[in-house]
Design a protein around this ligand. Structure first.
Ligand SMILES: O=C([C@@H]1CCCNC1)N1CCCCC1
Length: 325
């Protein structure tokens, strides 16, 4: 079958309604991690706040996973942990009849304050699932055998609802060709080669990081530090601000187009300069959507890039494809 779930955009995340044991929660679909975890009634009421909280005792299909636990720490320092069970999980129209669901008994403050999301649905590879004693499948891996095509697509929009579909590629959603690159899943990510970039239409070789991951759960476009430095060298008045946590510039500055290579085929995915500003940080100063990755070996291509394109994640042949839309 094929299904679609329409995420509600909120600032920097795309949320989709997910039914777990008949209870609906808004989860952040994250191709950069592989845990499906939810706010639960085991949390303190001050942690739950406005969030929807899953209550296993109210699900007739819930099954405990005795002795199992999970604990995740994201690259931005946020994290959560808790216990595990299995339940029926339904997204759009695809159903995983016995999906591992991770119950949060602890969540970090940034999740408490992000009142729009009630947890995460990881769409990375299950080798990085954090459940002990045995990692469990992601929702996508659970439903894969039942899908017409072993794929899911992400069609993220700027401040408007985007769409995730499982099991089909809606060719009416994009124009021109899909640029497809093989994925190396050995680190658990949708990771591919990326050794070139472009600024204002001129292409350069990336002497630093040589790979990148497609991460729908990251808002920004995190490139090799040398690449970020080269980009902002062409933005008048820009500076690396420790207080802002990255490169900022006068909101009136002229921002050049920026592109990154997707795979080794030579395709450069470009973002118009006018779409690169991520936020105003006050006093006419703007925070850029392109930032350095802090020296890690991989680059993290998040929503700043992905929302410009239609993306196809193929779990059958392990490839990643994007097309203009
Ligand atoms: O934790 C993360 C991100 C955080 C935002 C949500 N996606 C996962 N990482 C990025 C990929 C490399 C490992 C760290």
């Amino acid at each position: 079958g094929e299904v679609s779930a329409t995420p509600e955009p909120n600032e920097s995340e795309y949320l989709s309604p997910v039914s777990i044991g008949g209870q609906t929660l808004n989860l952040d679909f994250d191709t950069g991690s592989a845990d499906l975890w939810v706010f639960s009634t085991s949390l303190s009421s001050s942690s739950i706040g406005q969030h929807a909280a899953f209550d296993p005792s109210k699900s007739s299909t819930w099954e405990d996973y005795p002795g199992a636990s999970w604990q995740i720490m994201y690259g931005d320092g946020s994290g959560a942990s808790g216990t595990v069970g299995f339940d029926v999980v339904e997204v759009g129209g695809a159903t995983a009849s016995r999906q591992a669901v991770e119950i949060a008994t602890k969540v970090s403050s940034s999740f408490v304050s992000d009142v729009n999301n009630d947890g995460l649905l990881g769409l990375g590879f299950s080798k990085i699932n954090t459940i002990e004693p045995q990692p469990q499948k992601t929702f996508f891996e659970s439903v894969l055998p039942k899908l017409d095509q072993p794929v899911f697509t992400a069609d993220l929009e700027d401040d408007a609802a985007g769409t995730y579909e499982f099991g089909r590629v809606d060719t009416t959603k994009y124009t021109g060709m899909l640029h497809v690159t093989p994925v190396d899943s050995s680190n658990g990510f949708w990771e591919f080669a990326s050794t070139a970039y472009s600024i204002g239409g001129t292409t350069y070789q990336n002497s630093g990081a040589s790979t990148a991951i497609a991460d729908t759960g990251t808002s920004l476009l995190l490139v090799d530090d040398n690449v970020a430095q080269a980009f902002y060298a062409q933005v008048q008045g820009s500076q690396l601000s420790r207080t802002a946590g990255g490169y900022v510039y006068p909101c009136s500055a002229q921002v050049p187009d920026f592109g990154v290579q997707i795979g080794s085929s030579g395709f450069i995915a470009t973002i118009p300069g006018s779409d690169i500003t991520f936020a105003e940080v006050g006093q006419g100063t703007c925070f850029g959507g392109v930032q350095g990755n802090g020296g890690g070996g991989i680059q993290i291509f998040g929503d700043v890039l992905l929302k410009q394109y239609f993306a196809v994640f193929n779990g059958g042949n392990e490839s990643f494809g994007i097309a203009a839309k």
